[in-house]
Write a protein that binds this ligand. Structure first.
Ligand code: 16G
Length: 185
């Protein structure tokens, strides 16, 4: 399935149709609706709806100007213009129009497994005031379905702190390998 960037609202990072085409989409949005929430791709104007403030509840974000946010968004979008690699999904509170949850899918091209694709689940976060309402489960489920059905990945992986292992295990992930890193800054 192809999702050319000219066929949807230029403000979106990727086509909302990629979400709407998921077999489980209706079920997922009905569960969100019960909580007065919606899910959609990140938009260029989400600098004003709390996306960065939300990310700061996951890790350090630093001081990001509107220009820097838009430049990074457009860099990601220009890669998606060739072929979708970045799918940042946000959960929006319909009442306040603020972002209360988010997660990122990233696609990696491989030669192994007959030129397979691998997905990465990144930057999963729910606003502290909205925790305990299964928003984390829903936002993870969206990325799992994108990886499985839309991007046809052979696997989806993540790294997380020890205290979140239980959450991801409940959401069908299992311990597969060890994550090691060198921090440059
Ligand atoms: C968590 C996140 C990862 C994020 C990192 C930031 C998930 C599943 N994992 O590991 O995506 O990049 O935290 O932490 O959301 P850092 O600032 O220490 O790299």
């Amino acid at each position: 399935m192809n999702y050319p960037s000219h066929s949807f609202d230029k403000q979106f990072l990727f086509s909302p149709k990629r979400l709407e085409d998921l077999s489980k989409w209706k079920e997922i949005i009905s569960q969100l609706k019960q909580r007065n929430l919606q899910a959609r791709p990140l938009r260029l104007d989400d600098y004003d709806t709390g996306y960065l403030q939300l990310l700061s509840q996951l890790t350090g974000v630093g001081d990001i100007s509107r220009d820097s946010f838009e430049k990074r968004f457009l860099e990601m979008k220009s890669i998606n213009h060739v072929s979708d690699h970045y799918a940042v999904v946000v959960i929006v509170d319909e009442v306040t129009n603020r972002i209360v949850g988010a997660s990122t899918f990233f696609l990696e091209y491989k030669f192994i497994h007959e030129c397979a694709t691998r997905g990465r689940l990144e930057d999963v976060v729910v606003l502290d005031s909205h925790r305990g309402k299964q928003i984390g489960e829903l936002v993870v489920q969206i990325i799992v379905e994108l990886a499985r059905e839309s991007f046809r990945c052979y696997k989806l992986s993540l790294d997380c702190k020890d205290e979140l292992k239980g959450f991801y295990k409940k959401n069908n992930f299992s311990q597969a390998s060890n994550m090691l890193a060198i921090r440059f800054q």
